[in-house]
Ligand binder design. Structure first.
Ligand code: NZQ
Ligand code: ZN
Length: 404
């Protein structure tokens, strides 16, 4: 396989200087969602209650949340209908509604899509221009309404992250906006709320959690032992407990492990002091924007291909990943074989939890590969990714590797 990407490593000699802010108050445990009323009441007397396509009504969570709000004297206006890969049009609707109703707090109850939609509404209400300006890079947000979150899926980590990912139907561009003001003021994490997740969503969530660590783990920054180990702990936890929850969806302990892993994978603790990569996420966002596939499924198809394409850049890091995370037998004379065995185990794991390991399995053919690559933002001198700086040709080759 030709390797055309730029092989120069970063010049860093030490752990990077960093600032770490994880301002979201975490309220974790059984029954914790009943605390939503008093918690929300600390910020507002009138809130937008934002949710998705109905899972929270079916499970009874909607009634429990509204009862808690009412008991605490918090008025709510509801806006449901957030679709996976949340759409800009609903964000506009939410902004209008908040302005009309004089609402100054957004409560998100649902998956990462609901939380991101809530964050975007919260950004848009105080902003005079078009909220898409933040996603297109035209403007930086100075302020936002506070957001509270009750996640019902362990996946995106949006409940404590600085990211907000929205799809603009005009061109089907899926874009993220990162800013510390996006971090929810509180996140109520009750693992019981994830019992009703279908196996596919559970597996997609697990894949996304792993991917958030991969993006940070594959770095050129040296002397990051602590965060290597923290990332490995998150990955091993997900690898151990995902098969358990797929067998026993109501296993509280395993659901709890995965839920907390999901938050820690993406509140940036495991990224402190190191430069992450993020090429696969940016490529996947365009993929799920165009094809409306689940983000975790897109990552499952792309990540092994990315790894196969770039592992030669730092065979030892991939060998470490194989040995420490996937328990590959260390054979010190053949690091490349160890590295490849680690990637093979990741593929096996993805398959074992019922996710696609190729784009063909997602019913995505080669027809639009060029369009997909052309859509990608290339932030660093027309390259994407920091571990390895990929050109558009490299991205095309990665898609080819992921194709079948
Ligand atoms: O809409 P409802 O009816 O609630 O059903 C949802 C949806 O169909 C369902 N679901 C959620 N909780 C459930 C449940 N079904 C039964 N029982 C429950 N307890 O699951 C489906 C998927 O929901 P979604 O919110 O789309 O999933 P996820 O949490 O994986 O979020 C994915 C979105 O987050 C973005 C992704 O790109 C994608 O748009 N991301 C956001 C990030 C961030 N803000 O930090 C980082 C990530 O890298 C990611 O990009
Ligand atoms: Zn993700």
């Amino acid at each position: 396989m030709p390797v055309s990407y730029i092989l120069a490593k970063g010049a860093a000699m030490h752990m990077e200087n960093f600032r770490f802010l994880s301002s979201t108050q975490i309220i974790f445990g059984r029954g914790s969602h009943h605390e939503v009323g008093p918690e929300t009441g600390k910020y507002s007397r009138k809130v937008l209650l934002h949710y998705g396509g109905g899972s929270i009504k079916k499970s009874g969570l909607f009634d429990q949340v509204t009862a808690s709000l009412q008991e605490a004297g918090v008025e709510y206006v509801e806006l449901g209908g957030v679709a996976p890969n949340p759409r800009l049009s609903l964000v506009y609707k939410g902004i209008e509604l908040c302005r009309k109703e004089g609402i100054n707090f957004v409560l998100a109850v649902g998956g990462g899509s609901v939380i991101d939609s809530a964050k975007a509404i919260a950004l848009g209400v105080p902003y005079q221009g078009d909220v898409w300006d933040f996603f297109s890079g035209k403007a930086e947000a100075q302020t936002s309404l506070p957001v509270g979150a009750i996640p019902t899926i362990a996946a995106a980590g949006s409940e404590a992250s600085w990211s907000c990912v929205i799809t603009n139907e005009d061109g089907w561009l899926k874009r993220s906006y990162n800013n510390n003001i996006n971090r929810p003021v509180f996140a109520i994490l009750n693992p019981e709320l994830t019992f009703t997740l279908p196996p596919y969503q559970t597996a997609c969530g697990a894949m996304d959690i792993l991917a958030h660590v991969f993006e940070r783990y594959f770095t050129n920054t040296p002397h990051v032992d602590l965060t290597d180990r923290l990332g490995e702990a998150v990955m091993k936890t997900v690898i151990k407990h995902t098969p358990v929850v797929l067998r026993e969806p109501e296993n509280y302990d395993a659901r709890a492990e995965i839920m907390w892993a999901g938050t820690l994978a993406h509140n940036d603790l495991v990224g402190t002091g190191r430069i992450g990569d993020w090429a696969t996420h940016i490529l996947e966002h365009e993929l799920s924007g165009m094809y409306d596939v689940a983000h975790g499924a897109g990552l499952a198809a792309l990540f092994p291909a990315w790894m196969t394409y770039v592992y030669r850049h730092d065979v030892y890091r991939f060998a470490q990943f194989a040995v420490r995370v996937w328990d590959v037998e260390p054979d010190f004379r053949h690091p490349e074989e160890i590295a490849l065995a680690g990637i093979a185990r990741l593929r096996q794991f993805i398959r074992s939890i019922g996710l696609p390991v190729s784009l063909a399995e997602l019913k995505i053919g080669r027809e639009k590969f060029d369009e997909l690559v052309a859509k990608c933002r290339m932030p660093n001198d027309d390259t994407l990714g920091k571990f390895v700086r990929l050109t558009r040709d490299d991205l095309r080759r990665i898609l080819e590797l992921a194709a079948e």
